[in-house]
Write a protein of this length. Structure first.
Ligand code: FNR
Length: 185
């Protein structure tokens, strides 16, 4: 029996009906059961301001603690203007400081991008991974996870209704779980 692991889920969209959040929930639903997914809110984080480093806000501290407490991180993000949403970049920056105390350092992660369009958020995926390389976050390489046509994948209740996507996400969840074990053991 695999040891329980917690995964912090960071969603790059704040809107209520976000496809990214639905996709993150769908991944959590098909992932191996020893993984527990904890959705971490990033909408309340103040814009990063280096002047506040010495006196961090309660929201920054709570966010940093949530990431620190997790065994791994799953990022699920849309693409904004061929890049990652500002709210997600802000969360990355908040977690990266103070210098030398980044909560991301060495934390196993996976990135999933998505879009109603065909390219599946490829630009956001790689822009995010650019920062994760710098932050020393070991990230799942394969399968690459650019989910296109995302608006067609869910019913009115937000349930995943596409069988091949469910199969793909199941394989992805297993790969992520294996990667987490490799990095933690
Ligand atoms: C978008 N959208 C978008 N889609 C895409 O595939 N590539 C892009 O560069 C952009 N750019 C973009 C910019 C801004 C400001 C918005 C609001 C939207 C469309 C986007 O994929 C769509 O709105 C998604 O539904 C947003 O993700 P959530 O909120 O459903 O998770």
């Amino acid at each position: 029996m695999a040891q329980s692991r917690t995964v912090a889920v960071v969603v790059g969209s704040l809107r209520k009906e976000s496809f990214s959040r639905k996709l993150a929930k769908a991944i959590a639903a098909v992932a191996p059961p020893h993984l527990t997914f904890d959705f971490v809110d990033i909408g309340q984080l103040q814009h990063f301001n280096q002047d506040l480093e010495a006196t961090p806000t309660a929201e920054w501290t709570a966010f940093r603690e949530s990431i620190k407490a997790a065994d791994a991180v799953l990022f699920v993000t849309p693409e904004y203007n061929r890049g990652l949403p500002g709210v997600l970049k802000n969360a990355i920056d908040v977690g990266s400081r103070p210098y030398g105390a980044s909560v991301w350092n060495g934390k196993p992660a996976a990135v999933v991008s998505n879009s109603p369009g065909a390219i599946g958020g490829f630009g956001a995926y790689h822009q995010l991974r650019q920062s994760l390389v710098f932050l020393n976050v070991p990230t799942v390489n394969q399968p690459e996870t650019y989910v296109g046509g995302v608006a067609e994948l869910f019913d009115a209740n937000g349930e995943l209704i596409n069988e091949s996507t469910a199969e793909f996400l199941t394989g992805f969840g297993q790969t992520f779980a294996d990667a987490i074990e490799r990095h933690l053991s």
